[in-house]
Design a protein around this ligand. Structure first.
Ligand code: IPM
Ligand code: MG
Length: 360
């Protein structure tokens, strides 16, 4: 019996996970998946209740599960805590505690949302790219790190580091993803300045000999940021380190109209995965029934595909989301004010997806 752990977290997390969990329950019944689903605490919610952003019980449950669905963590309430006690630490710890080195962030434009993007429809229509981000290494985790010295003279520092095996394992994920797509892989680095990415580039080059059917190219991260907003359709799969991937995936998300549409998967080498929307906890709209639950609902579809091998159930969810958009339902972040749109809240959007699923 596959075990699923829900981690609603903070801000809009509980609202969006509530809608996505209902979708999961429906496909669980319909496709007889036999899922066992339980909820645990993470982030600020866990700090308040148990004094730590990732309680041992949550990590244990996640490690023992087949897949985790996470909402979002963080908020102003916990912003003044020292770095090591903040909600975000819970997220970073669960990523490394489950060894989730491969973060897949697809940016797909639904035709109905072409006009919701801040870019011209012709620049983004048909957009379908995948960012493969290394998730448990690089400057996010590198040692030494810290803030040291006398007041007024202190120095803050972090370390960006990748070993060849770390680069190779994320490289393989990206090459394989490119093989299953259009066969084009762009590796993003800053090899004109940073040694860590000189090594990155070398390893990608070496790997490319094993994947002759994939066309490998390299791009400096500053150029990649520019190309993403200039001509994003040139990309098929992009592979990059933790920090560059964090930044570029937010930019890619916005191409699709709203970061509220983007799901993500974080995988280890045992097909175990943590699935979460790319967006954050949005404290400014939390608890107001304004959030867009679609990124979380689509994260459930990714979970079904990658961890549960239930492709038919995943497809049913994706079709339901498409149908709801085609029917004109929009949360405020993807509304354009055009006729034919019905602006709805988080709960109503979730209900529409459930209805579409039941019809489909
Ligand atoms: C993301 C987020 C996280 C990250 C934060 C919340 C720690 O921005 O998943 O992209 O930087 O990885
Ligand atoms: Mg981010």
């Amino acid at each position: 019996m596959p075990n699923i752990v829900l981690l609603p977290g903070d801000g809009i997390g509980p609202e969006i996970v509530h809608e996505a969990a209902q979708v999961l329950e429906v496909v669980n019944d319909r496709f007889k998946l036999g899922l066992h689903i339980e909820s645990h605490l993470i982030g600020g919610a866990a700090i308040d209740a148990q004094g730590a952003p990732l309680p041992e019980s949550t990590l244990k449950a996640a490690q023992a599960s087949d897949a985790v669905l996470l909402g979002a963590v963080g908020g102003p309430k916990w912003d003044s805590l020292p770095m090591s006690d903040r909600p975000e630490k819970g997220l970073l710890k669960i990523r490394s505690g489950m060894n989730l080195f491969a973060n897949l962030r697809p940016a797909l434009l639904y035709p109905e949302l072409a006009s919701a993007s801040t870019l011209k429809p012709e620049v983004v229509s048909g957009l379908d790219l995948l960012i493969v981000r290394e998730l448990i290494g690089g400057i996010y985790f590198g040692e030494p790190r810290g803030i040291e010295g006398e007041p007024g003279q202190r120095v803050g520092f972090n370390t960006d580091r990748y070993s060849e095996p770390e680069i190779e394992r994320i490289g393989r994920i990206a090459f394989e993803a490119a093989q299953a797509r259009q066969g084009r892989l762009c590796s993003v680095d800053k090899a004109n300045v940073l040694e860590v990415t000189v090594l990155w580039r070398e390893v990608m080059e070496r790997l490319s000999l094993e994947y002759p059917d994939v066309a490998l190219s390299h791009m400096y991260v500053d150029n990649a940021a520019m190309q993403l907003v200039r001509a994003p359709k040139q990309f098929d799969v992009m592979v990059t380190g933790n920090l560059f991937g964090d930044i570029l995936s937010d930019a890619a998300a916005m191409l699709t109209g709203s970061i509220g549409m983007l799901p993500s998967a974080s995988m280890n080498s045992d097909q175990q995965g943590l699935y979460e929307p790319c967006h954050g906890s949005a404290p400014d709209i939390a608890g107001q029934d304004l959030a867009n639950p679609l990124a979380t609902i689509l994260s459930v579809a990714m979970m079904l595909t990658h961890s549960l091998k239930a492709q038919d159930a995943a497809q049913a969810i994706e079709l339901a989301v498409k149908a709801v958009l085609a029917d004109g339902y929009r949360t405020q972040d993807i509304a354009t004010g055009m006729s034919g749109e019905t602006v709805v809240g988080c709960r109503a959007m979730g209900t529409q997806v459930l209805n579409a699923l039941q019809k489909g």
